[in-house]
Design a protein around this ligand. Structure first.
Ligand code: FE2
Length: 185
């Protein structure tokens, strides 16, 4: 499968339903096909930064209904604990991702320490539904000996969505917008 076919398929799926569980299940199958059929990212979208993980745009739907990114962590880099406030599907392209999940705190509650909800390690070719709007809080660390690269699909334009980072020890949240990184050519 090439990128164009994947984009067309996801566009059709996103238009066909608002059910996030159905959407993500169907997109995960397409992501699996993209990875196992040997799709190769442009090399400039696989380069880590020494300062922090980077998010390169692969596609942003003209109506902003969904977006697709190449996310690259250098060895040892780790995100803070964050939400996405949308649905998302992640396919591992290279390296190994260690994911730490947490229960999403209720919207109105006073901050209390976050409740861990399991850990997982993801290897190349594996696909995970990282997020539905009600279950979307995690941190991610690149482990292993090479950078971790994921192909990510999210509802909306993930570079512009207001979402939260958490202190897991206190539950205190801060709003942030991740933005997009520009590949060096
Ligand atoms: Fe994330």
């Amino acid at each position: 499968m090439d990128l164009r076919t994947f984009i067309d398929d996801v566009t059709d799926i996103v238009r066909s339903t608002n059910d996030e569980h159905e959407l993500t299940t169907r997109i995960a199958k397409r992501m699996s096909a993209l990875l196992t059929n040997g799709y190769r990212l442009p090399p400039e979208l696989t380069r880590p930064s020494s300062s922090r993980h980077v998010t390169y745009p692969l596609y942003i739907a003209p109506d902003n209904s969904w977006s697709m990114a190449s996310v690259v962590w250098d060895v040892g880099q780790r995100t803070n604990v964050h939400s996405h406030d949308t649905w998302g599907v992640v396919g591992i392209y290279a390296g190994v991702e260690h994911e730490f999940r947490y229960l999403k705190p209720p919207e109105s509650a006073e901050p209390t320490p976050l409740t861990p909800a399991g850990e997982a390690q993801w290897s190349p070719g594996q696909v995970t539904v990282c997020c539905t709007t009600d279950d979307d809080v995690h941190a991610v660390e690149a482990i292993g000996s090479e950078p971790t690269i994921g192909i990510h699909v999210y509802g909306g334009d993930i570079g512009t969505i207001k979402r939260r980072s958490y202190d897991p020890d206190t539950g205190e949240a801060h709003w942030f917008v991740s933005g997009w990184d520009t590949p060096e050519t």
